[in-house]
Structures are given as structure tokens and as C-alpha cells.
Design a protein around this ligand. Structure first.
Ligand code: PLP
Length: 409
């Protein structure tokens, strides 16, 4: 009899957002009269339509696909040159960050890349993640059998190093001590779920640490477009020495509303080599060549349009709109007496739940009393207990309404 992958059965419960969605659906079914009142600030999904320049590029690319002379079949698995070059020209060169087009691997998004990147590391690699954390880094390593066993009483995996993100460290932890033994560090700034950023000093500390200890950093910069503070780096390659220790993952989902369109990319610099001198870039190229057949031509043309002058203007307006929502939520929560952070360089607001409540207890309380949906901090890791995440991705009306109801509680 065949045996399923045992590592999957060690995973705790459902994927977090499926769990939240199931609870909201059960509430709506039990209270049909309240269902239409529900304001959803839970999952980090955008709500604004695609920018006009992006839509034009999509239409034009569809027309090309309708004509044998301009039709495109399989895309190059690492992405079309026009997009890889635009990425380097716009996302890295102006910030003095050295990245070459052949180090950019276009994909269908940051979720797949951040889940798949672990495949190019040895199976006994010890990983380190922030706590709380975007669940994909942990779950993907657990599926690969790299996380050990899950202890439901602590919410921790036995073989993972956790870096607690606390109010004391501004939710941006410093590198661990020399005996940490982890060699693959997942960092995400601006952070999901806390909305915290790593300033230049902090990020440089991480790069120096990784170079000194032969570690690698997987830097998830999916929310880079939300940085408003000029002193915060947008790319890890703005730090000295990052080319020998860091992989960076980006997404078009939150800077240009591509959550349903699907586009992202990963940078693996040529200078990043393992203990034997093997360039990770070549392994990732090999991995993608075998397992990925390229992002759609139509979507890559849409991505290119994001970098046009009009595309930049339009997508920045969208980001500014969401950041405006974040301000509404942040200020409203503070006026209601909550301790809240994030929201100024990120689309997430991280709030401390009232004393004596757990974060799932607060989830139920908000859903039942105010019909507002957020995400319990504990769902992102044990250090998230006592916290709650609200997103800025709804409409302005939703943000205002949610705040009004929370203040009335
Ligand atoms: N990385 C982080 C930190 C995220 O929060 C998300 C989505 O919420 C992703 C990656 C996924 O991005 P994409 O839509 O490009 O797969």
C-alpha cells in the first residue's frame, strides 16, 4: 500500500487564511441577517482594479496572441528579457543596488517562490524565521521534512530557530548569537503581519551576520512599495555585501494589484555561493527550468506596463490609497485606546488586543460584536499571541466603517 508524505500530516490545521475564512462563513451562516454587514480586513488581498496602463497592455498582448505573426507560446522560464531588464532598471539601478537581468527570475508570484526556494538547500539545513511570520516559509519547509515535529502546546517546530518580534525590538529582531546554528534566514520587511520595517542599520547588521556566519537570507520584499520613510531600504541589495548572502523575492501583487493576475520575481545574485562554491543562481535556474514553464506572456507585458511612466503614477496612486486606509485604521484604533503599530510603511496594522483576551478571542469578539474580520496574531506564531492584524486593502469606506464600529464597542 502506498504511503502519503508523512510531513504533511505533521502540519498543524489548515492554512491560516482558510481557517479564518471557514470561521467567517460559519458565522455568516448562523447569522444570515448580519452577513451583509461583515467588513473584511482579514486576508491581505487588494480591492482596487488594475491600473489603466496595465489593462491597456493586457488588451494589446491578448491581440498579439490572436495573430499567428505575433503569437507567443511557452515563455522563457526565467522571464522575457523586456521584463527582466525593466525590473533591473526601475527596482534596483536607481537605488544603487547591483542586480543583473540574468539574476532575475520572473515567476507567478512571491508565494510560490518563497515556498519553493527551500528546495535548493540541503535537506538538513536549519531554518530561522521571525515569530510571528507569514506562514508559507515555515509550512513549505515542514512539507519538505526540514522543520522537525510540531508541538501543539507551544506552537513551535522542533528544528526551527524562531526570532521573536516584540514591541521591545520594534518587531524587527537583531541577528541571533553565534551559537544559533541556523543557516537559512527568512526575513520579510516591510513585514507581514506586523507592518514593521528594518531600517538600514538593522538590515546591514543582518547582511554582516550572514556573511560572517556563512548563512543565507531569503528577503521577502513583497511590500516594498509601501515604504514611505526615505531612510528605509527597499532592497536588501542596498546593503554592502548582500550579493554574497541574500536572495530577494518581489511581487506585483501589492504594488500593482496583481493578486489575481499573478506575477513576481526572485533575484539570486551570481556571487551567492554555498560552502563548496556552488552558485545558488544556477541551482534556481535549474529548478525553475524543470518545474516552471514561465509566467504568461500577457501578464509579463502587463508587468512591463507597471514600469511605464503612467503605470508608475497610477500604481503609486493605488498604494497611496491603501496607505490612506492604513492611516484611518491606525489613528482610529489609537483614538479608541488601542496600542497599534505598522501602517505607515506597510499595509498592515498590528494591534495589541485588550488585556485578558487571546487573539482568537478578540477575533470572535470583533466578528460577533462588530462584524469586523481581522486575523489573530497567534495564527502567525506564538509571539503573535495577544496581537491582531488588520489590513488596509479594503475600500476607504470599509476602513472608516470598521474603525467606527471598533470605537463603539
Ligand atoms: N510574501 C508575503 C510576505 C505576503 O504577505 C504575500 C501575500 O500576502 C506573499 C508573499 C504572496 O505574494 P504573491 O501574491 O506574489 O504570491
Amino acid at each position: 500500500m502506498f504511503r502519503a508524505n508523512e510531513a504533511y500530516s505533521r502540519l498543524p490545521g489548515d492554512y491560516l487564511f482558510s481557517g479564518v475564512a471557514a470561521r467567517v462563513a460559519a458565522y455568516a451562516e448562523a447569522h444570515p441577517e448580519k452577513a451583509s454587514r461583515i467588513v473584511r480586513l482579514g486576508i491581505g488581498d487588494v480591492t482596487q482594479p488594475l491600473a489603466p496602463s496595465v489593462v491597456r497592455a493586457l488588451h494589446a498582448a491578448v491581440d498579439e496572441m490572436a495573430d499567428a505573426r505575433t503569437f507567443h507560446g511557452y515563455a522563457p522560464e526565467a522571464g522575457y528579457g523586456f521584463l527582466r531588464e525593466a525590473i533591473v532598471r526601475h527596482d534596483f539601478a536607481p537605488r544603487g543596488a547591483e542586480v543583473h537581468p540574468d539574476e532575475v527570475f520572473v515567476s507567478d508570484g512571491a508565494k510560490s517562490d518563497s515556498a519553493n526556494i527551500q528546495e535548493i538547500f540541503a535537506s538538513d539545513t536549519r531554518i530561522a524565521v521571525c515569530d510571528p511570520v507569514y506562514p508559507v516559509y515555515l509550512d513549505s519547509n515542514a512539507m519538505a521534512g526540514r522543520a522537525g515535529t510540531y508541538d501543539a502546546s507551544t506552537g513551535l517546530w522542533s528544528d526551527v530557530l524562531y526570532l521573536p518580534c516584540t514591541a521591545e525590538n520594534g518587531f524587527a529582531p537583531a541577528p541571533p548569537g553565534p551559537d544559533a546554528r541556523a543557516s537559512l534566514f527568512y526575513l520579510c520587511f516591510p513585514n507581514n503581519p506586523t507592518g514593521a520595517v528594518a531600517d538600514r542599520r538593522r538590515l546591514q547588521q543582518w547582511v554582516d551576520y550572514a556573511n560572517e556566519h556563512g548563512a543565507v537570507i531569503v528577503y521577502d520584499a513583497a511590500y516594498e512599495a509601501y515604504i514611505t520613510d526615505a531612510s528605509v531600504p527597499h532592497s536588501i541589495y542596498e546593503c554592502d555585501g548582500a550579493r554574497t548572502c541574500a536572495i530577494e523575492i518581489r511581487s506585483f501583487s501589492k504594488n500593482a494589484g496583481f493578486t489575481g493576475t499573478r506575477l513576481g520575481y526572485t533575484v539570486v545574485p551570481r556571487d551567492l555561493k554555498d560552502a563548496e562554491g556552488t552558485p545558488l543562481r544556477d541551482l534556481w535556474a535549474r529548478r525553475q527550468g524543470t518545474k516552471f514553464n514561465g509566467a504568461p506572456y500577457i501578464v509579463q507585458r502587463a508587468g512591463e506596463a507597471v514600469y511605464s511612466e503612467a503605470g508608475q503614477r497610477e500604481t503609486r496612486e493605488q498604494v497611496a490609497y491603501y496607505l490612506g486606509n492604513a492611516q484611518v485604521v491606525l489613528e482610529g484604533l489609537r483614538q479608541a485606546g488601542y496600542e497599534a503599530s505598522g501602517g505607515t510603511n506597510a499595509p498592515y496594522i498590528w494591534l495589541k488586543v485588550p488585556d485578558g483576551m487571546t487573539s482568537w478571542g478578540f477575533f470572535d469578539h470583533l466578528l460577533e460584536e462588530a462584524q469586523v474580520v481581522g486575523t489573530p496574531g497567534a495564527g502567525f506564531g506564538p509571539a503573535g499571541e495577544g496581537y491582531f492584524r488588520l489590513t488596509a486593502f479594503g475600500s476607504r469606506e470599509d476602513a472608516e466603517e470598521a474603525v467606527r464600529r471598533i470605537r463603539a464597542l
